[in-house]
Write a protein that binds this ligand. Structure first.
Ligand SMILES: Cc1cc2nc3c(=O)[nH]c(=O)nc-3n(C[C@H](O)[C@H](O)[C@H](O)COP(=O)(O)OP(=O)(O)OC[C@H]3O[C@@H](n4cnc5c(N)ncnc54)[C@H](O)[C@@H]3O)c2cc1C
Length: 414
């Protein structure tokens, strides 16, 4: 059996894997790189899948690509291998093996395998007409199904459910969003923002069924109904389930690397096995602000951590100190979030929650823990720095000046 020998082997060609290629090249102009990825597509951006890409059948796939079409082919010393699912990682020999039996060795290896949509363990999940959304194929299938759909149910009022609800309204569908929790987007937003968003969405024709568990999907040949735990039923001919992400950490786990909720790394993105690194959605890393181990499923983080991992693989020794943030666009709201906001026990709302500009500062245990910026892109740099500093409530109020006299809400979460 021949072994394909490279200086660097990257497993998983998403945004983190692609950014690692950039990071390596910043440090090492000539090292050979293999980028192995299961999908048939070069690295692409996923955020448009639930937004612009879903809205028009004319959007070509290559609009999503991280690099211009043909970029990888034009690079000396870089080999992009699509349709290559890695099944085994041997940390002792520093080799990986694909399901087709191809073996690749690297002086340094990166695991950037991202995640897959979590399944809903109920009867009927997988019936034709039920979907999850993670890949470009998923988005294209949902886009096609949406053109003939009459009743759409979205399970989960998190990122996928809320973004799709906004997008499908633009396509003149009337989605209903079902969630177990009593408030929308509850894991990331504090209570006042959840309640604002719910009303905002309702005002634009999205319906919600909150505090409701889905028990099954039912139908003769394809989905016709969503059956709820209390026995009620919703008629639906298109269902999208968005209930979270399952990290693709199998090869790391089976290879003996430390894995908790994702592949554990230190602040240099190195796993517990020397010379093997990890970055992006699959990675559990020390949070540069809060210090604990976290896994982050956001675009900006995948890009920034992938790049640092690549640089460190090629000899730099730089800690990952980036304050990650995430963005979302729903209807006419551009939302950016820094730090931790979901479990805040106090919020200070500067401006008025609505279509205009506002910033919601989130305070947890007496210190600023996060900020939600709504149509306030101008405040991004300032908020990123504020989160890094984590001022006390009094310091924050001083800093904000007249802004700080804005509405303060005790959310009772703490
Ligand atoms: C619909 C949607 C909308 C989003 N919107 C936003 C947004 O608005 N804002 C935001 O901040 N973030 C958003 N995100 C999240 C963001 O896209 C992700 O955080 C980012 O894509 C993570 O990149 P990654 O490279 O870590 O993982 P991925 O993009 O998941 O890439 C991993 C790649 O590895 C491949 N792979 C997995 N296992 C193997 C294996 N064993 N062998 C070979 N290849 C393998 C996978 O097929 C995949 O191609 C969105 C995500 C989705 C799905």
């Amino acid at each position: 059996m021949s072994i394909h020998e490279f200086d660097y082997v990257i497993v998983g060609g998403g945004l983190a894997g692609s950014a690692a290629v950039d990071g390596i090249r910043e440090m090492d102009e000539d090292g050979t790189i293999a980028l192995l990825t299961e999908e048939e597509t070069p690295p692409y951006h996923r955020p448009p899948l639930s937004k612009e890409y879903m809205q028009t059948t004319e959007a070509p796939r290559d609009l999503l690509y991280v690099k211009p079409s043909g970029w990888f082919e034009d690079q000396a010393g870089i080999e992009l291998v699509t349709g290559a699912r890695v099944e085994r990682l041997d940390p002792t020999r520093l080799v990986v093996a694909t399901e087709d039996g191809e073996v690749y060795s690297g002086r340094r290896i990166l695991v950037s395998t991202g995640g897959r949509a979590r399944a809903l363990p109920v009867e009927g999940f997988g019936l034709p007409g039920t979907y999850t959304l993670r890949t470009a194929e998923d988005a294209e299938a949902i886009r096609e199904a949406a053109t003939g759909a009459h009743r759409v149910a979205l399970v989960g009022a998190g990122f996928i459910g809320m973004e799709l609800a906004a997008t499908l309204r633009k396509l003149d569908l009337d989605p209903i969003v079902v969630d177990l929790e009593e408030r929308v987007w509850g894991s990331v937003f504090p209570a006042p923002v959840s309640s604002f968003l719910q009303h905002y969405f309702e005002g634009r024709g999205v319906r919600f069924l909150l505090g409701s568990a889905v028990a099954a999907f039912d139908g003769a040949k394809r989905v016709e109904r969503v059956v709820l735990a209390d026995g009620d039923e919703l008629v639906a001919d298109l269902v999208v389930v968005g209930v979270g992400l399952q990290p693709n950490d199998q090869i790391a786990r089976e290879g003996g690397l430390a894995v908790t909720d994702g592949v554990v790394v230190d602040s240099y993105c190195e796993t517990t096995a020397g010379h093997i690194y990890s970055a992006g959605d699959v990675t559990c890393y020390p949070d540069p602000v809060f210090g604990d181990l976290v896994r982050t499923e956001h675009w900006d983080h995948a890009r920034a951590q992938g790049r640092i991992a690549g640089r460190n693989m090629a000899g730099a020794r730089e800690p990952y100190e980036h304050v990650p943030y995430f963005f979302t666009h729903v209807f006419d709201l551009s939302i950016n979030v820094f730090g931790r906001t979901g479990g805040a026990d106090r919020t200070i709302v500067s401006g008025e929650l609505g279509s205009g500009r506002s910033v919601v500062y989130c305070v947890t245990e007496g210190r600023l823990s996060g900020a939600v910026l709504i149509n306030a892109n101008d405040a991004m740099d300032e908020c990123r720095e504020l989160i890094r500093e984590r001022p006390t409530m009094d310091e924050l109020l001083d800093r904000l000046g007249p802004e700080g006299s804005a509405e303060m809400v005790n959310t009772g979460a703490g």
